[in-house]
Design a protein around this ligand. Structure first.
Ligand SMILES: [Fe+2]
Length: 441
């Protein structure tokens, strides 16, 4: 986590990189480095192989003398030097590259033994005894080093496992706390129920389509989920006012980003959370609030939430209006690109709308309500209609039950089904609306 985010509220000229939600990556105090063999180990192995081959061939003719820098030296002396250098290389690779180094060293050291033993037996020469002794000691040394390394790795792995489970636990705790907070916001705000959850989902979709990583998307989801947490500090009668807000009430509502920032900045473990709450009402043209930041001075995550927030506000039902048709919402997003919204994320949102052919990105409650009335009093054709049932790719079963009425039960009225398509998913008979919403039945 980027702890530099602390105190960001007071220094709005904050370094943009921090605010720009270059989302901090998870930090771990410990890490087990599984060393990969580098070029060095391959070079060392080649050197060791050459030394071993050299030693094996020379041990057999250890009685000979060869010229080295103008001096005649017994070949066994040179073999001894090379053996010592080889043993040093073996110890080095076992220390730094445990498994590969251990097995390579072991094989190379052991491969020298048969020649030494044969020489000892054939020539009855004691010259090879110190070499054998050194080789045995080196083998013991590398076994001890290898075992110690293995034990350290095992302990590190256990520690990592404990750390991972602690992280999971704190992540679960965080998710549950965030959900509890969101439930509290929603319980307070009867008109925009489910808003936080939808904004979180849309923000995550925008982020994913904009190429953010999985970890960034996860964080963006929770930042967006809590973007309106400041509404907890606004009086209920203003939040739930049925009708237009007065200028004074609007000014109070406008305080919710700062309140949200204050609430979330106390969660020091997740300092980036407050960014969404604080800046989601800033506008790209600098006419937003609370700090009137402009363009890319607004943290990136807040620019994403701003589009998602506006999309949900338009595509959800409100007490005073139905959801605005998807096509009109799209037009509003296009109009707002570069003024209200960051053009990049506005474009991503348009694309999400375009591919949302099944209107999944709509207030779920609205879809639920489409089931409408379950009892219709049929009279004239279209005299009473339900809100309809949303048909999707799955099979939709519709059951209708009608009873004859009249004195002798001989007067029957049967329900009719209208199959229609409309941008707002509702039945219309007004000519202008039919045209606007591309209504077809
Ligand atoms: Fe808000």
């Amino acid at each position: 986590m980027n702890r530099q985010n602390k105190g960001r509220a007071k220094t709005l000229s904050m370094d943009k990189k921090t605010a720009d939600m270059e989302i901090p990556k998870n930090e771990t105090k410990y890490s087990v480095t599984h060393r990969r063999p580098s070029m060095i180990i391959y070079v060392l192995i080649v050197v060791l192989c050459v030394i071993t081959a050299f030693n094996i061939s020379n041990v057999a003719r250890s009685q000979e003398v060869i010229p080295v820098f103008g001096t005649m030296l017994p070949i066994s002396a040179l073999t001894g030097v090379m053996s010592s250098f080889g043993n040093l290389c073996v110890i080095f690779i076992v220390v730094f590259y445990d498994k590969l180094g251990f097995y390579t060293g072991l094989i190379l050291l052991i491969s020298q033994f048969p020649v030494m033993v044969i020489q000892f037996i054939k020539q009855h020469s004691s010259q090879s005894i110190p070499g054998m002794f050194t080789t045995i000691l080196t083998i013991v040394a590398i076994i001890l080093i290898y075992r110690r390394n293995a034990r350290i790795n095992e302990l590190q792995e256990t520690e990592m496992e404990a750390l991972r489970s602690r992280q999971k636990l704190s992540q679960r705790l965080f998710e549950q706390t965030a959900t509890a907070l969101v439930n509290a916001i929603d319980a307070n705000d009867t008109y925009s129920h489910g808003h936080s959850l939808r904004v979180a989902e849309y923000s995550e979709k925008i982020a994913r389509m904009a190429g953010k990583s999985e970890e960034e998307c996860y964080k963006i989801y929770y930042i967006a989920l809590l973007h309106d947490v400041g509404k907890l500090g606004i009086p209920n009668e203003i939040i739930n006012k049925n009708g237009r807000l007065t200028d004074e009430e609007y000014e109070i509502i406008k305080q919710h980003p700062v309140m949200g920032e204050q609430i979330l900045s106390s969660i020091s473990e997740y300092p980036y959370l407050s960014i969404g709450a604080h800046f989601h009402h800033e506008r790209y043209d600098g006419r937003g609030y609370p700090d009137r930041l402009k363009g890319e001075d607004i943290p990136e995550i807040a620019r994403i939430i701003s589009v998602a927030d506006a999309y949900d506000a338009m595509s959800s039902n409100r007490s005073y209006r139905d959801a605005i048709p998807q096509q009109l919402v799209r037009e509003e997003i296009v109009k707002g690109a570069g003024t209200q919204f960051d053009p990049e994320f506005a474009m991503v949102m348009q694309h999400l709308i375009d591919i949302d052919v099944e209107y999944k990105m709509k207030e779920r409650k609205a879809v639920g309500e489409l089931a409408g009335k379950d009892e219709l009093d049929c009279d004239e054709y279209r005299s009473e209609i339900s809100d309809g049932i949303l048909i999707n790719r799955n099979i939709t079963r519709i059951h209708m039950k009608s009873e004859n009425i009249g004195e002798n039960g001989n007067y029957g009225r049967g329900p009719a089904i209208i199959l229609f398509d409309s941008l707002d998913g509702r039945v219309h008979d007004d000519e202008r609306t039919i045209k606007d919403l591309i209504y077809f039945e």
